[in-house]
Write a protein that binds this ligand. Structure first.
Ligand SMILES: *Cc1c(COP(=O)(O)O)cnc(C)c1O
Length: 425
């Protein structure tokens, strides 16, 4: 067994870490994009996760059922389309820390966000505000802004973002406490990312949820950058709802079906507003025209349409891999892999960049965000020309995400070498 710590910056050490990685065999289960006939260094799983090898066969299987059976495929023996989605709650609950009846796969992220806000944002003259983190993802901001307008309110007065006291990109727990102390009684809904897409900061959802409850606010979490990345305990943290997409860390393919969590406390008794469709109704009422809407208990009751089978086929394959590898094991490797990459980057003595993601591993997932003083886009295209895939976010941030499922320690080492040489030029 090697001594993992202290880390060393030589190549042999990187190879040793790979040799001792109990999850290294999972890389073979994914299709790695090529660069000049070699495997590219893909550090972009925070944007689009890679394709598991079983996906093509899974989609082909559904295509041939459509071909051979037509509508009868809804009721064939093996994986009938009518109940195709019913295996997901068990798989998904292990990933987000919920009970199975608290989660459902449906629609896409922003659509789910709107549906959840329809149910959980109920402004009154006294309590009308929505609190977000500073610099939220644009789609979330637009969703919140337009929900506020939908209720006839003014985003100037009803949309607020938590800001740090200093000019820091990172929010401290004190900053949250301050906002609640000042305006907690006016906040109807807290809506934050589990991990901020830009800085890579992971928020202490448990504590923020407790604060929200203490001030009588509802709380919803956007897990786009947290699902499949961090250990989550949505049920125990008592958040009211959560939504996420599955094409980032969850590797379910571009535009994959999204997910939603609704806390158990609303499973049987939810009297608030909701927008319904036949798929959320009790199964025996699905085809009844004259009866008024009676929701299924739990998150299932928020479904509207019948599910997209071709889009769900990859989810079966990918979520299965997550259950097999286990979130705890993935997170354990992730802490080591990102910690190692951070170590290597800190060894580079160059003041043209700095890491803005929190140093505390508990406050981040696998992504590191590098603030580049100048020429960020040039750096990115240079990295690309050397087989590294990562991305740039305005105004000056390179995001690199080594993913424990398919990235190696040696890739982290190669990245840091290439990056160092590039900065020295
Ligand atoms: C990726 C991402 C989205 C994308 O929304 P879609 O509805 O899936 O297109 C929204 N919000 C956040 C925070 C994201 O990271």
């Amino acid at each position: 067994m090697i001594n993992i710590k202290p880390f060393q910056s030589n190549e042999t050490f990187a190879l040793e870490l790979d040799a001792h990685d109990p999850l290294s065999h999972y890389r073979k289960q994914f299709l790695i994009p090529k660069f000049q006939n070699e495997e590219a260094i893909y550090f972009c799983g925070n944007s689009l996760g890679l394709q598991p090898k079983g996906v093509k066969e899974a989609i082909d299987g559904e295509l041939s059922k459509w071909e051979k059976l037509g509508v009868e495929a809804h009721f064939e023996k093996e994986k009938p389309w009518y109940s195709y989605h019913e295996i997901f709650p068990d798989m998904v609950s292990k990933i987000v820390g919920s009970k199975p009846h608290e989660v459902v796969l449906m629609n896409s992220l922003t659509v789910n966000l709107h549906l959840m806000m329809t149910s959980f944002y109920n402004p009154t003259p006294k309590r009308h505000k929505i609190l977000m983190e500073q610099n939220p993802f644009p789609s979330d901001y637009y969703a919140v802004e337009t929900q506020i307008r939908y209720h006839g309110l003014d985003p100037e007065k009803s949309l607020m973002t938590a800001k740090p006291k200093s000019n820091s990109p990172i929010l401290l727990m004190e900053d949250w406490e301050e906002v609640f102390k000042d305006q907690g009684e006016e906040i109807a809904l807290v809506l934050i990312g589990g991990v901020n897409y830009y800085t890579g900061q992971g928020f202490d959802i448990e504590r923020i949820s407790r604060l929200a409850k203490q001030y009588g606010c509802k709380i919803g979490i956007d897990l786009a950058h947290a699902a499949g990345n961090l250990i989550l305990q949505l049920h125990d943290w008592e958040v009211d709802f959560a939504v996420w997409c599955q094409y980032k860390y969850l590797n379910c393919g571009p535009g994959a079906v999204g997910g939603a969590f609704v806390h158990e406390q609303y499973a049987e008794h939810f009297n608030g507003p909701r927008l319904a469709g036949w798929w959320g109704a009790l199964p025996d009422k699905r085809f009844q025209i004259s009866s008024s809407f009676k929701p299924q208990p739990g998150a299932n009751g928020w479904q509207i349409s019948n599910p997209p089978i071709f889009s769900m086929a990859p989810c079966r394959v990918s979520l299965n891999l997550f259950n097999e590898a286990g979130m705890e094991n993935l997170r354990e490797k992730s802490l080591l892999l990102t910690g190692y990459l951070e170590f290597l980057l800190n060894e580079i003595s160059n003041s043209d960049f700095s890491i803005i993601t929190p140093k505390n591993p508990e406050e981040r997932g696998c992504q590191l965000s590098l603030h580049i003083k100048e020429k960020g886009k040039e750096v990115i295209s240079n990295l690309k020309s050397q087989g590294i895939i990562c991305d740039f976010r305005e105004p000056g941030c390179i995001r690199i995400a080594p993913v424990p499922f398919y990235n190696s320690f040696h890739e982290a080492w190669r990245f840091s070498e290439i990056f160092k040489n590039l900065l020295e030029k």
